[in-house]
Design a protein around this ligand. Structure first.
Ligand SMILES: Nc1nc2c(c(=O)[nH]1)N[C@@H](CN(C=O)c1ccc(C(=O)N[C@@H](CCC(=O)O)C(=O)O)cc1)CN2
Ligand SMILES: [Mg+2]
Length: 302
């Protein structure tokens, strides 16, 4: 008779992010002592989307706690492209601002791509500018999008060397799936990118030692798709109706309870990948500050 399986280890992204933020705070203080000013992060929010408002507020609070100057710009929902571009241009030229972030999604009448393109690549701490996407693709140093870099940090902490591991990334967005696949490839994993047209997705996932789910569909990845012992990173944040009338709850793209019976380790939602996004944003901002000030930050410090 086979032994009942041990439940998967829960990868505590919240705790990992807290430790990282503390380290970033110390490096930011060192920067301030050397440069005579704190690193600066400008966050731009257009409109009043409730979730975006919370994320922007959290970014501001996390910045201040990590010795980073926070510049918050809240613009009305009917802001036009020219006004937004003029603000981005002003921030590009502001020496107190090391990082610029425009909170997404933007209202539908604004063109996200042209706004991202207007941000100076050297202040693009989200890593969304084509210049930074290109730098990542060809192995030059630039800014890497926060969510996939946070996932890589959790994976390395959990597994150590990723060399030769079979990894599947489910989702091919410019913000998560594509950069995630690039980072895993650079870490010498063997990477498959799966998406909505992938045939026999369950079988593709069953071969993987590492599963990164970033599809935006609640609990789509089922427990019996998971190879026993695999490491599962769930990027999904989906709000679904809760059992109690009128309430909602957050779930990932992975059916957590099922997958937790087979995985070796798994990130929860909430408390897994989400908190890493903001911690890595602060990290990228401090790195930007050192670069923009022409100061040396030793490799591997952050
Ligand atoms: N310009 C950007 N826009 C957006 C990004 C981004 O990285 N840059 N990412 C998301 C939103 N986001 C940060 O902006 C973000 C999302 C979720 C979390 C997080 O910590 N989530 C918690 C749960 C939160 C909740 O209870 O609702 C978790 O997963 O534990 C942080 C940041 C889209 N836009
Ligand atoms: Mg649009």
């Amino acid at each position: 008779m086979s032994e009942p399986r041990q439940a998967a280890r829960r990868i505590d992204g919240k705790a990992f992010a807290a430790t990282l933020r503390e380290k970033i705070g110390k490096v930011a203080a060192d920067f301030a002592a050397e440069a005579g000013r704190k690193p600066g992060l400008a966050v731009v929010l257009v409109g009043e989307d409730p979730a975006s408002s919370v994320y922007v507020r959290n970014k501001g609070k996390a910045s201040v706690a990590a010795n980073i100057e926070s510049f918050e710009h809240r613009l009305p929902a009917d802001t036009d492209n020219d006004t937004l571009m003029a603000l981005v241009e002003r921030l590009n030229g502001d020496p107190a601002v090391d990082g610029i972030l425009v909170q997404l999604p933007l209202p539908a009448h604004l063109d996200e791509q042209s706004v991202i393109a207007a941000i100076s690549p050297d202040k693009d701490v989200d890593g969304f500018h084509v210049t930074n996407a290109g730098r990542l693709a060809v192995g030059q140093s630039g800014f890497v999008p926060c969510t996939p870099l946070g996932c890589l940090m959790l994976l390395k902490d959990e597994l150590g060397d990723l060399s030769g591991k079979d990894a599947v990334v489910i989702g091919r967005s410019n913000i998560v799936g594509k950069p995630m696949a690039q980072l895993l490839t650079d870490a010498n994993a063997t990477v498959t990118i799966a998406h909505s047209r992938t045939k026999d997705l369950a079988d593709v996932v069953r071969r993987a030692d590492i599963v990164v789910a970033a599809v935006g569909r609640p609990e789509m990845i089922r427990g019996d798709w998971i190879k026993p012992g695999a490491t599962v990173i769930d990027v999904g944040i989906n709000r679904v109706p809760a059992a109690e009338e009128g309430k909602t709850r957050l779930v990932g793209d992975v059916a957590f309870d099922e997958a937790g019976q087979r995985a070796g380790a798994i990130t929860p939602v909430p408390g897994g990948v989400g908190p890493m996004t903001i911690a890595v944003l602060l990290r990228n901002t401090v790195v930007a500050a050192y670069r923009n000030a022409g100061l040396e930050l030793a490799d591997g410090t952050l």
